[in-house]
Write a new protein. Structure first.
Length: 96
């Protein structure tokens, strides 16, 4: 019996966010704890916070449900806040 859950739905990501990193100034990269934010989370932030779209519009653009979008943006915001407030390295990566 396969208990891996539902198959992940492809998400429309219109901007390539992969291979981006953000780090606090003056601290060596090697000494920093890493927070990983995934491309779909970064796209959720771009649409909701940068483009100021409503969640349903964002979900439609990404090809996902509004509740899934809501979880993505909440997760992304928490990770970004953690990186900023606790001086951590923030890496944007592809899922997989």
């Amino acid at each position: 019996m396969n208990c891996s859950g539902r198959k992940r739905k492809n998400r429309n990501i219109n901007v390539d966010h992969s291979n981006l990193s953000f780090k606090p100034c003056g601290l060596p990269r090697e000494t920093l704890e890493i927070v990983v934010i995934y491309e779909d989370e970064m796209e959720a932030i771009r649409l909701a916070d940068f483009k100021s779209l409503y969640q349903q519009e964002c979900a439609d653009k990404m090809g996902i449900s509004r509740t899934t979008f809501s979880r993505l943006v909440e997760s992304a915001r928490k990770k970004i806040a953690d990186a900023l407030l606790n001086q951590k390295l923030l890496n944007v990566e592809k899922r997989g």
